[in-house]
Design a protein around this ligand. Structure first.
Ligand code: NOJ
Ligand code: CA
Length: 696
């Protein structure tokens, strides 16, 4: 109580210059008082806000507003009223990193109108771990449509912060990350990347969200969005000298940035996540809390977190291919999705406790899918002749495993929308309940972007229609997630960043990549990163291939714990796992749904150690990983249950392991441990460590 009062006072003391010109100003604190938000309206009728964390300003006075085609809501606004409220509750996610989430915030709604009487409210929710705000347009007013020309929200950062950022590409989020001061953000080097194939970078001084920053004192701040529906994704234009970030909404094919003709209408939530440490940032539930509760009714037992294998990596590493015919019309000798090969994977899945087998390249269309002028490429109900759907369906049922059906759309969105219902009916008829969608290439029809409103609506429509059909979704090449899996828990995972695949055919992902993803992209939701590659040099089927994964094998194990997803692939080939059964045991054992998560240590882009408790047993699992720097940690096992003994199986980098020189050695040892003991962990360069802690 006392502390929150002090924070509040500090917040007011630090802002006098802004307060003088305000006609309205109100400060609202989070439940524990650590986060303070001052909302204001000045003499020019401009709305603004600022944010303090633990008494220190983290966002200085910043602008709020929208320019609509028919209403300028950036100035000359009049305050109609304001009201505050408090929400305190606990909810249980269908799956996740924890089994219960506290939702506790204080809110203020600033109800404004323009000279014509058109109303808009700006609603702030202030949590102990950050702030969310959005613009709301109430129902009871007459307007044909809301056409947003520009959102004028800004985030005036306090100093020239360290930032971990990806370029503002309207069409792809599959770039590497950069780390620099805000003033040094410059994406020009990304323009010479040969991949991703469909890049569209308009402004070199702009970033995608989530973007994560850190002050000199160590406070972490991430700017993200929550509940991205019916709106373009928010990128941020960066003004280096002033450290001001300005919302930049990615436009749709429509000349307007965003348009809608239904009221009430809300923008997505603009989120400022904050914590005193990187570890605290990873325990943040603000984005999920700002999403609406689950909209899928009835029995949800068809939503099944799971591990899966698939006919996938063998296509990326050159063993097989997606296409059935070669360009000259002759049959391919390397088609991967054959009945026989699928059966091999189904056997492997059944023998090792995997619930799913992803199959790519099973349907008509792959022979010509990458044409520049793609129109109706794929048929989602027509398997290739060597893929016997009836037999695969029968065999899968016999084995108790389900196929995850791949729907690569090649971004020909109207074609997919036309076929979606029949495609869903077809996979249900065959006994399956999961799809992996894909949006490779420029969006068709041309002029729309992966991050624009029309595509956001498309991705969400797929989730809704899949939910109606009790189908789980894993989306590749979608917009970055914004916590919608609270509302649509059939949205298991998505890619929306640079995944493992890049290691197979490009310069790949450096050892800090996953350690940056965790603090940026993953804040919005799980990623289908596809870990678990044991064959680090990607030359198994082509001795000329120079590509490799920039990792040790032990780090591949750690990823199952550190990069949370309810859908985790064991991405390597069955034959590579069969060669190392003792190491593979960790992947067999690790669950994908957790009741508790503890972040034991963390530094953005450098290292992390996470412990998680299985939702369905008393077992704990730990993952620790580092960038290119070798590290030693002493980890206190404080999270274990008092009085219980645990059999710890420790999978760590072998004595000479090094991601460049020798990534393969993994030492495995077993010890009995109890709460309070310390575990010493050695991480090689580019290495990791995975531990299973089985309650005895
Ligand atoms: C890119 C996806 O990320 C990858 O997983 C898939 O194999 C290819 N597209 C083909 O659809
Ligand atoms: Ca991809």
């Amino acid at each position: 109580m006392k502390r929150s009062f002090i924070y509040c006072l500090t917040a007011l003391w630090l802002t006098p210059t802004v307060l003088f010109s305000q006609v309205f100003s109100k400060t609202i604190g989070s439940p524990n008082g650590k986060v303070q938000v001052a909302v204001s309206l000045n003499e020019k009728g401009e709305a603004g806000y600022q944010v303090h964390y633990q008494g220190v300003p983290i966002v200085n006075h910043s602008a709020l507003g929208l320019q609509l085609r028919d209403h300028d809501l950036t100035q000359n606004l009049v305050l109609v009223g304001h009201h505050t409220s408090t929400q305190k509750g606990v909810w249980k996610p269908v799956w996740g990193e924890v089994s219960e989430i506290q939702e506790h915030y204080n809110a203020i709604s600033l109800d404004l109108k323009d000279a014509q009487g058109f109303q808009m409210s700006v609603v702030f929710r202030v949590f102990d771990d950050g702030v969310g705000f959005r613009y709301e347009f109430p129902q009871n007013q007459t307007i044909d449509s809301i056409v947003v020309l520009k959102e004028t929200t800004t985030f005036q950062m306090q100093e020239d912060l360290q930032a971990w950022w990806a370029p503002s590409d309207w069409d792809s989020n599959e770039h590497t990350y950069s780390h620099s001061k805000l003033s040094a953000i410059d994406a020009s080097r990304y323009r010479t990347d040969i991949e991703p194939f469909n890049q569209h970078i308009v402004n070199d001084r702009a970033v995608q969200t989530p973007v994560t920053m850190q002050t000199a004192a160590g406070t972490c701040i991430a700017i993200a969005e929550a509940a991205l529906t019916d709106y373009g994704a928010m990128h941020l234009d960066v003004d280096g000298p002033t450290h001001r970030l300005s919302a930049h909404i990615i436009p749709s094919a429509n000349p307007a940035v965003v348009s809608t003709n239904t009221l009430p209408f809300n923008t997505p939530w603009r989120c400022i996540l904050t914590n005193a440490s990187p570890a605290g940032l990873l325990s943040n539930h603000l984005i999920l809390n700002l999403n609406e509760p689950c909209k899928i009714e009835g029995d949800l037992s068809w939503i099944q977190p799971q591990k899966y294998v698939g006919i996938w990596w063998e296509m990326h590493n050159g063993k097989s291919g997606w296409n059935y015919r070669e360009k000259d019309g002759t049959l391919s000798t390397r088609h991967g999705a054959t009945t026989q090969n699928v059966k091999k994977y189904l056997d492997f899945a059944a023998n090792n406790g995997f619930a799913g087998v992803l199959v790519e390249g099973w349907n008509e269309g792959w022979d010509e899918w990458f044409n520049v002028d793609r129109s109706e490429v794929f048929d989602f109900t027509k398997p290739y002749p060597d893929y016997d759907m009836a037999e695969i369906s029968r065999y899968a049922r016999e084995k108790g495993v389900k196929i995850i059906v791949h729907h690569e759309t090649a971004s020909v969105v109207p074609s997919y929308e036309r076929q979606m219902d029949s495609a869903f009916a077809y996979l249900k008829m065959n006994g399956f309940n999961a799809i992996k969608t894909g949006y490779v290439g420029f969006i068709q029809p041309k002029g729309a972007w992966h991050d624009g409103q029309s595509m956001v609506n498309h991705y969400n429509e797929v989730l809704r229609r899949a939910a109606k059909n009790e189908i789980m979704v894993c989306a590749h090449e979608p917009v970055r997630p914004s916590g919608l899996h609270r509302t649509w828990p059939n949205f298991m995972a998505c890619e929306a960043a640079r995944g493992m695949e890049y290691n197979a055919w490009s310069k790949g992902n450096d050892p800090s990549h996953e350690l940056t993803l965790l603090f940026t992209r993953l804040l919005g939701g799980p990623m289908d990163y596809t870990p678990g590659i044991f064959q680090i040099a990607v030359n198994q089927f082509d001795p000329n291939k120079k590509e490799r994964i920039h990792t040790t094998v032990a780090k591949q194990l750690a990823l199952y714990v550190t990069l949370y997803s309810p859908l985790q692939m064991a991405a390597d080939l069955p034959e590579n796992y069969e060669k190392r059964p003792a190491v593979f045991q960790f992947i067999r054992d690790v669950p994908t749904d957790w009741s508790d998560t503890k972040i034991l240590n963390a530094a953005i882009g450098d290292y992390v150690t996470i412990a998680r408790r299985d939702k369905h047993s008393d077992n704990w699992f730990m993952g620790s990983m580092t960038d290119e720097t070798p590290r030693r940690f002493k980890t206190k096992l404080d999270f274990l249950e008092k009085g219980k003994a645990y059999e710890a199986t420790i999978y760590e980098d072998g004595p000479k392991a090094d991601y460049q020189k020798d990534p393969y050695p993994v030492s495995i040892r077993k010890i009995t441990v109890r709460k309070g003991q310390t575990l010493k962990i050695n991480l090689a360069a580019g290495g990791g460590c995975a531990v299973s802690l089985k309650a005895l």
